[in-house]
Design a protein around this ligand. Structure first.
Ligand SMILES: [Zn+2]
Length: 67
């Protein structure tokens, strides 16, 4: 699978299975990265929370994932 556009910055590219490009991923807080790294039945809900906050213009460092 080819890399696709990062949803959180204008020109970043993210690898297959990744939520964000490397630069944006490491701009997230440690706790948010840990939450997003858990791949369980709630993982899709966490991804939706991430995308919603990006769409709302929340700074990457301030994004919080509820579950
Ligand atoms: Zn990015």
């Amino acid at each position: 699978m080819a890399p696709t556009r990062c949803p959180a910055c204008p020109d970043g590219m993210k690898g297959p299975g990744k939520y964000l490009c490397i630069t944006c991923w490491y701009a997230l807080s440690d706790v948010t990265r840990r939450a997003l790294n858990r791949r369980d039945s709630l993982a899709f809900g966490r991804l939706r929370q991430l995308h919603r906050q990006i769409a709302d213009g929340v700074l990457l460092a301030e994004i919080r994932i509820a579950t």
